[in-house]
Design a protein. Structure first.
Length: 434
């Protein structure tokens, strides 16, 4: 059956045949088809989890295969989402070692995009905690780890689903003793102060900065820095009720004109002004999943959707690169409300996003001049030796992409894809010539 599939940004729909296998047998059968890509809950922002010929939706494959609550090791099928995993592991005083910005992301998506969180400076990306994955491709059903099929293991993590369908993942959890985080909130008044604060927060478990994209002049890059540590107490088990409370649900698109440059500039100013330096305890939901408070929050941007843009820079060039980006946004009056700077630790020599330094992400309404501005941002990424996060991408040209993310152009990755099945590709991978 044909469906019109969108990425989370909802900028463009694509007609695609879909399949929703219910078990491993059905998944193995459907994986023998022609061109295809796997898709979990559709939370990648652009066209990275869509293939016109066949999109295999894995959300029915959501069983937890094994959970060792003493050692903190869990294995689950790829369609299992973060919310389900947390409901299982938190009562036993474990948490996922890396948590992205939403709990409605599939485990397979976490592997394929090698997600990172607010603790990359200490824990790295999800890759660093994966023990084993099981992949289905032209060579069959393969168990992959650091010893067995290690090349496939290394290039499937962060490989955007291009080496086959991820069936399951086994990974190590992190021990905690409380469902609360001690959070400190600090205002910074320009980009230099923001980056200094992020660096000074490197000993904290987590740190992140919301940045005001509409402030200019001497206050360019003013931010609210949030840093947090897991609280240590003697809880026997962690109550997970906070994870399962009903949220506000949007049932229709807002008018597209609502999220305009004037409204976003006003929202940025209000948010910055009314935040104050503070220290408090908050639960895990409020610390990690702010955007999940409104289900289907992407509908706020209306029928035209929004474009997300995330890039990273080495430590040495990050200040000048991010400052230049903010200046371009300000001079073109292209503002974002969901705008974040995070610290990145050591990168990977494989396909993982980013390198030691800083990453910045924006969510833009589809302004009339946005395409031109984003090309200018591409030029900054190229000039300052940055990378683009493919999970957020929906529009970079093949020419510009060829000058970033060099590991995706490696001959070795191309040979690996040819060996295991080049028919595993997405609209994005075709667009970028990966």
């Amino acid at each position: 059956m044909d469906f019109n599939l969108y990425g989370w940004g909802r900028t463009k729909g694509f007609i695609s045949k879909i399949s929703e296998p219910k078990n491993l047998k059905e998944l193995t059968k459907v994986s023998k088809n022609t061109k295809l890509i796997a898709r979990g809950y559709g939370r990648s922002y652009g066209d990275s989890s869509i293939q016109n010929k066949l999109t295999v939706i894995t959300k029915n494959l959501n069983a937890v295969i094994k959970f060792d609550s003493k050692k903190g090791i869990i294995e689950a099928e790829s369609g299992c989402d973060i919310k389900k995993l947390l409901n299982i592991v938190l009562p036993k005083n474990w948490i996922l070692p890396v948590i992205p910005g939403s709990k409605f992301i599939s485990l397979g998506g976490m592997v394929a995009s090698d997600v990172h969180g607010k603790n990359h400076h200490n824990e790295g990306s999800f890759r660093n905690h994966i023990l084993e994955i099981k992949v289905i491709n032209d060579k069959g059903y393969l168990i992959c780890n650091k010893i067995k099929n290690k090349d496939l293991f290394n290039y499937t993590i962060g490989g955007m689903g291009l080496t086959g369908i991820i069936y399951s993942c086994k990974f190590k959890l992190k021990k905690i003793s409380s469902n609360n985080i001690f959070q400190e909130t600090i205002k910074s008044y320009n980009l230099k102060d923001t980056i200094k604060l992020i660096k000074k927060s490197s000993s904290w478990d987590y740190n992140v900065a919301w940045v005001d994209t509409s402030s200019g002049g001497n206050s360019i890059g003013r931010s609210i820095v949030f840093r947090g540590n897991h609280l240590k107490n003697k809880d026997k088990s962690i109550n997970v009720e906070f994870l399962n409370k009903k949220k506000i649900r949007l049932l229709f698109n807002f008018p597209s004109w609502i999220m305009n440059k004037y409204v976003i500039k006003l929202l940025n100013s209000i948010y910055f002004i009314f935040q104050s330096n503070s220290k408090k305890e908050i639960n895990l939901e409020n610390f990690f999943f702010q955007l999940d408070k409104i289900h289907s929050w992407n509908l706020v941007y209306g029928n035209s959707g929004f474009t997300s843009y995330q890039c990273s820079f080495p430590q040495k060039t990050s200040y000048q690169a991010i400052k230049t980006i903010l200046q371009i946004l300000n001079s073109n009056k292209v503002f974002s409300f969901v705008s974040v700077i995070k610290s990145l630790g050591k990168g990977s020599r494989f396909l993982s996003f980013g390198k030691k330094g800083l990453t910045v992400v924006f969510d833009f309404p589809n302004y009339k001049n946005l395409k031109k501005v984003l090309v200018a941002l591409d030029d900054i990424v190229i000039k300052y030796n940055g990378d683009i996060y493919l999970v957020k991408d929906s529009r970079i040209s093949q020419k510009n992409f060829s000058k970033t993310n060099i590991n995706f152009k490696s001959k070795y990755f191309k040979l690996l894809r040819k060996k295991y099945g080049k028919r595993f590709n997405s609209i994005q991978s075709t667009r970028l010539g990966i």
